[in-house]
Design a protein around this ligand. Sequence first.
Ligand code: KG4
Ligand code: ZN
Length: 344
Amino acid sequence: MRVLGIETSCDETGVAIYDSQKGLLGHKLYSQVALHAEYGGVVPELASRDHVQRVIPLIEDLLLQSHVDKKEIDGIAYTAGPGLVGALMVGAAIAQSIGFAWKVPTVAVHHMEGHLLAPMLEQNPPDFPFIALLVSGGHTQLVKVGALGDYTILGESLDDAAGEAFDKTAKLLGLGYPGGAALAALAEQGQKGRFHFPRPMVDRPGLDFSFSGLKTHAVNTVNQILAKRQILDDQTRADIACAFQDAIIETLVIKCRRALRLTHGNRLVVAGGVGANLHLRTKLTDMAAKENASVFFPRHEFCTDNGAMIAYAGCQHLLRGEKGDWAIKVCPRWSFIKSSPPPL
Ligand code: KG4
Ligand code: ZN
């Protein structure tokens, strides 16, 4: 089965073709980062309009470059939520229209299910069951994955997501939006030990997270420096970035270890934009080795939003005979990971 995947939940237009026999045949991404940069965050209306302009040409390019004729597409998968309502509507409308015209079934995919299945696109995919750490701009969750569609949330952030905390702290340090990767790069120049940030909620039982305090701690650190009439020079900014990153990563590592131990699991999957962080990848790999567990990451470009993960997830659902009706509906606050269709 060959499935076209369409991802438009936020500020990236992603399309891909996944073949259940041959694997990923091609993928294309258009990032709107430059469009939103001057506003310091995603402007939803601009995001929707840009998706409208990009998605059809991207699909045409993808078919051409993958040497796939539209008649060879057996199904269409699209992100139905969670995300920005207008942006999601673009993907849903296009997917349903193309599916109807091409006479192939369509399926709604949960964006976070796409993320957690992204490592399945790699050479050595994990077997079920596994524990997934989902760390993106909108979510921080530990999920027990028994099988496709069998997802239990073990813990999640009670306030800011890890990526959101990275972005807010990056903004404070004068870095662009989204600032996670820029903060990680700045942290490389930082000296360890000059500042110390707390490890939130690690001394409490359970697997929930709270990251908003880290952002407040960063604000207070900057304010204390300025109150002493000291300059927030490049080295100081790097030292703060380093302390912040260490705190967030150590917290994530502690909770992942706890999740593996509590569930007697030996496979950990890491997905979502923050999963691109090299320091996090190293620390999780070290921890997993000590726990006799294996850790699985998607390739760098499939950590952040992309069409490949949606094509893969949609293909699995279509193979099980699941498909949607022709209604163009989305679920911006689709809070729990379930198989399609989204609860409305
Ligand atoms: O999964 P994603 O592309 O979009 C959402 O579904 O949210 O994740 C984007 C998030 C942003 O907050 C971004 O700053 C963060 O992932 N991010 C990183 C890195 N690369 C992207 N955070 C830390 N280190 C990175 N290298
Ligand atoms: Zn995402």
